[in-house]
Design a protein around this ligand. Structure first.
Ligand SMILES: [Zn+2]
Length: 133
């Protein structure tokens, strides 16, 4: 996640906005400029639901440099309630709570700090739903 693409995608990461191809009835997140199936460049912006189900997850103990201070952390494959699959870091989660099939919700969280500049990046993470949904 280099800085230029981070800033370009910031609004999407924060608001969970996907691009939707009407021809293929498919949503892409992170958003794509064109549909990889039909080549359609007239993709529509759609808001993704902020609630979903954890399909599977993995503990990351050897992260890239940017995420080193957060290790170990959990990355989950999440099926949002509209069927869109996304990969996201999980937060506010205890190892005992983690199991496939739990309900999760999007929250806005600090992602990582950039080396020397101390610049802090934010983005969307998911946590177990505080209330059953
Ligand atoms: Zn398409």
């Amino acid at each position: 996640m280099g800085s230029p693409s981070y800033w370009r995608e910031k609004v999407y990461r924060y608001r969970l906005i996907a691009k939707y191809c009407e021809n293929c009835n498919k949503k892409y997140y992170p958003p794509k400029l064109a549909c990889p199936i039909c080549g359609n460049k007239e993709l529509k912006e759609v808001q993704l639901p902020r609630i979903g189900t954890l399909i599977t997850y993995t503990w990351v103990t050897q992260p890239t440099k940017d995420f080193a201070t957060q290790a170990p952390y959990v990355v989950g494959l999440i099926k949002l309630d509209d069927g869109t699959l996304i990969v996201s870091q999980l937060t506010d989660v205890e190892i005992e709570e983690l199991k496939d099939g739990i309900r999760v919700e999007a929250v806005f969280r600090r992602m990582f700090e950039e080396g020397d500049s101390g610049l802090i990046y934010y983005g969307t993470k998911f946590r177990p739903c505080l209330f059953s949904k």
